[in-house]
Design a protein around this ligand. Structure first.
Ligand SMILES: *Cc1c(COP(=O)(O)O)cnc(C)c1O
Length: 358
């Protein structure tokens, strides 16, 4: 039986992705070669890459003037590539959690970082109403904080300053006005596909903003990958195939609007269960609660039951709910492929466990 998978990333993927990718691993479209065996320069793979890029543009309504890239190195490589390419003297970073903190560390290698942070309250909210200096090279945000369970739901506009967003963990979960962003990026392994490929959506005019007097290794230049259509070196072939399957699946269900509705349904039920419970509590400010990573903890008097609940949930086939090691407690990651059936199973496990132990 397939488990109810709440892993934070890699995470649950859609059934059509699993089925079609397994078939392509045995034989790609009846050509007598596996997707693992074909050349990335073959016409078969070029068609897959082209279709994947086109589907990204269609599903996310990406306007003219943007390139869609599929790279290696993870979102973590982007933490370094962004300042390496674009940080001349000063950048603004909104620090909303562990991943933003890591991005800031890389940026500081190349210039000054002006930072607004919610760290003093353990990143349990998204800072608002802050000022951004007009003379920064770019603004960096993390739209969903996978570990702390907060999320930014609006598309910010800081007076036309280039806005760069790490959307690793809420990509494709809602409509986004891409025109507000200079760049959107993320590791695929949370909402888009298996681990091993990084997506980058970059406005082409950003190439004019690359620091001119810095020598940047070829592989770390955005221009290299834009010019070669993500084929400067061997791209992660099977991952791109799998990403295409996700995009086809999202489109078939009604696109990001449909994903948006499903995300609400899943998160509403889980937060309602938490808020009505005497045992579980959400540490996150209500208006900033993530729909993708539902973080919750035990009330103090039940703290020693953490392990028991995780074991009980596992017996009910709910896996992956242990909180990140830096936060403790629990985290149910409810990405696009998570169904109401999965959520209902977890809700039942929470209620039954509470009835037995509270
Ligand atoms: C997982 C995650 C990352 C790191 O991604 P890698 O692909 O492992 O480098 C960065 N940012 C966010 C928001 C994440 O959730």
């Amino acid at each position: 039986m397939r488990k109810h998978i709440f892993n934070a990333g890699p995470c649950k993927l859609s059934d059509p992705l699993l089925k079609n990718t397994s078939e392509a691993i045995l034989d790609l479209d009846g050509i007598g070669q596996s997707i693992l065996e074909i050349s990335h320069r073959s016409k078969e793979f070029q068609a897959i890459m082209d279709e994947t890029v086109e589907l990204m543009k269609e599903v996310l309504s990406i306007p003219e003037g943007y390139s869609v890239l599929f790279l290696g190195g993870g979102a973590s490589m982007q933490f370094a590539m962004i300042p390496y390419n674009f940080l001349k003297s000063k950048a603004f970073y909104l620090n909303t959690g562990t991943w933003s903190t890591k991005a800031i560390k890389e940026a500081k290698l190349w210039g000054e970082v002006v930072e607004v942070s919610s760290e003093e309250k353990d990143f349990t909210y998204i800072p608002k109403g802050f000022d951004v200096p007009k003379d920064v090279d770019y603004v960096h945000i993390t739209t969903n904080n996978t570990i702390r369970g907060t999320e930014i739901f609006e598309d910010y506009d800081f007076g036309g300053l280039p806005l760069i967003a790490d959307m690793s963990s809420d990509f494709l979960s809602r409509p986004v006005d891409v025109s507000k962003y200079a760049m959107i990026y993320g590791g695929a392994q949370k909402n888009l596909g298996p681990a091993g490929v990084t997506f980058v959506i970059i406005r082409d005019d950003m190439l004019e903003k690359v620091v001119a007097d810095r020598k940047i290794p070829t592989m770390l230049q955005y221009k290299t990958h834009i010019d070669k259509g993500s084929m400067f070196n061997t791209p992660p072939v099977v991952n791109v195939f799998a990403v295409r399957e996700t995009l086809k699946w999202v489109k078939s269900l009604g696109g990001v609007d449909a994903m948006n509705k499903l995300a609400d349904e899943r998160a509403d039920l889980l937060y309602k269960t938490i808020d009505e419970s005497k045992m579980f509590v959400s540490p996150v400010v209500k208006e900033d609660r993530s729909r993708m990573n539902i973080v919750f903890v035990m009330e103090d008097k039940y703290k020693d039951l953490d392990k028991d609940f995780i074991a009980y949930a596992a017996e009910q086939n709910c896996v992956g709910i242990k909180g990140h090691r830096s936060v403790g407690g629990f985290r149910a990651s409810t990405y696009n492929a998570c169904t109401m059936e999965d959520v209902n199973a977890l809700v039942k496990a929470m209620k039954d466990f509470e009835a037995k132990n509270a």
